[in-house]
Design a protein around this ligand. Structure first.
Ligand code: ZN
Length: 561
């Protein structure tokens, strides 16, 4: 197995008979999926998603892939293939199109509808090319063929990319539910046909590679959902991803069977369900869905609310309900159904919501106490079938943390793949396919790009560290009047502390350390205000840690006296 080497540098120029794959996101993490294929000077992008921030990234809206690799080459991009409409595959598109607005977006009907609605909010009208399974489309030197795959959103596609240097089959996200609600199964016959033709590089979803066996069918959730609808004494609030059309279809069906009305809550939920209904992906009996305002006129046992926020997102409807900061007042008799998987990292936030809702008297049904969720990704058993059906020449596990990528690689090797032909890499690693062999050839920049308060890239790693220090250790502002001629304090500095849990007078004992730092600066002939501020900050930080084991963010202000 190829493992990345930390000393890897920029890749050499690509031979004319070579095909390059650069993963800018989604490898070593769950989210911001983005791969760039390069051949004969042209670039094809597969997906452009976002990653959602964790608790140690305060004030961050989303995290984008790093587009540095594409700088100066935007004109070479022939298109973006979007495998499906999940945020971690399409969420970065608005930011991508701000770099070059006329890059064609290629995807299925529902995927393009979801991404177009999102782009409309950013006031961007994209160039789109709609495709369906079985279609072929030439984009520059890339000949693309699309294959139906089943996932936790309808209309997912895998893509086979043929070039004169070889072929790549990219699964997107997929599973192999044999009884999906829309009867659209992952097309294993097409996988087999492509395998016969020859797949030089197989890029495979790794999310569930550690999970043994097979992912349960979506239909098997029906009894648990039905039980909730049969036994709930009052209102039912269902929380799910705003894109999980099939899960919401099951909720609609249960509501219809138990004579309840349904209202959608949350901007993305209302928007996406309207799109899904308009395009025929969601079937809603006439009169079943009502506006949330009409619910006041209905008895509680006739009400179903479908909302966003199943991941504990603080601004989403469910989280606000748990905080009693929403027009829907949760109380005794309400049943809340969390019908989504838990994305790793969100456990604490979701647990807080379950506690909040329970505290108001609601009964909460979730994957921990009922069978109300199945994964959208292929488990180990399904992946092994794929390897045996396709028999690829090289494998590159994608979509997952290191543990998932590694587990997927082990599955490929277990089916007889030579370990040398299984490349396990993470974001930024460059894999070149030359004469049928896929090998790591270098590394490009693929750091986190933060969107904070709507601005891209303004918040750096350093500033995030400051935010964390501030939130965990508090802050102290030091205002020092310094004589410009002598470099000495003209009077005792002022200290203003916040979030330290202690009296700011504590810092008065740091004055000798400040005086010492100023004296050293004066001896070196340093009088520049900014430099003096840095030295005071350092002196106070060291003093606070040495004497009190504290590490506050120190904000120095030097005033020339
Ligand atoms: Zn997905």
């Amino acid at each position: 197995m190829s493992h990345p080497h930390p000393e890897l540098g920029a890749p050499p120029s690509l031979p004319r008979n070579g095909l390059r794959v650069v993963a800018l996101g989604g490898l070593g993490e769950v989210g911001r999926n983005m791969a760039v294929l390069e051949h004969r000077g042209k670039l094809l992008i597969i997906d452009c998603g976002v990653l959602f921030p964790e608790e140690h990234q305060p004030g961050v809206d989303v995290i984008l892939p790093d587009f540095t690799f594409l700088q100066g080459r935007w004109q070479d991009v022939v298109g973006v293939v979007l495998t499906h409409g999940h945020e971690d595959h399409i969420g970065g598109v608005p930011y991508l199109l701000k770099e070059r607005g006329d890059i064609p977006l290629v995807g299925s009907r529902l995927t393009l509808a979801f991404v177009s609605a999102k782009l409309k909010e950013h006031r961007i009208k994209p160039r789109t090319t709609q495709v369906a399974e079985g279609d072929r489309l030439t984009l520059g030197p890339f000949d693309c063929e699309f294959v139906a795959v089943n996932h936790s959103i309808p209309d997912g596609l895998a893509v086979m990319v043929r070039t004169s240097a070889g072929s790549v089959l990219h699964t997107g996200d997929f599973k192999m539910d044999q009884f999906p609600l829309d009867d659209r199964i992952t097309d294993l016959r097409a996988f087999a046909r492509l395998g016969e033709e020859g797949v030089d590089l197989f890029m495979v979803d790794s999310t569930n590679a550690e999970v043994p066996g097979f992912t349960t069918a979506e239909k098997d959730l029906s009894p648990a959902i039905d039980t909730v609808f049969r036994t709930a004494p009052g209102r039912i609030v269902v929380s799910s991803f705003a894109s999980h059309v099939h899960r919401i279809q099951q909720v609609i069906d249960a509501a219809a069977a138990h004579r309840r009305k349904v209202a959608f809550v949350g901007r993305s939920m209302v928007r996406n369900m309207k799109i899904a209904q308009d395009l025929g992906y969601l079937e809603v009996p006439r009169g079943l869905v009502v506006d949330v305002k009409e619910l006041d006129n209905l008895p509680p046992e006739k009400v179903t609310l479908v909302s966003t926020g199943s991941q504990g997102e603080p601004m989403a409807a469910l989280s606000r309900m748990a905080n009693r900061d929403h027009q829907i007042r949760i109380g005794e008799g309400d049943t809340v159904l969390l019908a989504s998987s838990l994305i790793p990292g969100n456990e604490n936030a979701v647990s807080r919501i379950i506690n909040g809702l329970t505290r108001w008297g609601a009964k909460v049904v979730h994957q921990g106490n009922a069978k109300v969720h199945v994964s959208g990704h292929a488990s180990a058993g399904e992946l092994v079938y794929c390897y045996n059906i396709i028999r690829p020449r090289n494998v590159m596990p994608v979509h997952g943390e290191w543990r998932h990528l590694r587990a997927n690689a082990d599955l490929a090797i277990a089916t007889g793949m030579h370990p040398e032909n299984v490349v396990v890499v993470d974001d930024g690693m460059v894999v070149d396919l030359v004469q049928g062999k896929a090998r790591v050839s270098g590394k490009v920049r693929a750091g986190y790009v933060y969107v904070s308060a709507g601005n891209v890239g303004d918040v750096t790693e350093d500033e995030l560290r400051d935010r964390l220090t501030l939130s965990q250790q508090g802050t102290v502002t030091v205002v020092a009047l310094v004589d410009a001629d002598t470099g000495r304090l003209t009077e005792a500095p002022d200290f203003v502390a916040r979030g330290l849990g202690t009296d700011e007078r504590m810092f008065e004992a740091s004055v000798p350390a400040i005086e010492k730092a100023l004296a050293e600066a004066a001896a070196q002939g340093i009088g520049d205000t900014h430099e003096l501020e840095q030295r005071i900050a350092r002196a106070v930080s060291r003093w606070a840690f040495r004497t009190h084991r504290r590490n506050p963010l120190v904000v120095p202000v030097v005033i020339d006296a």
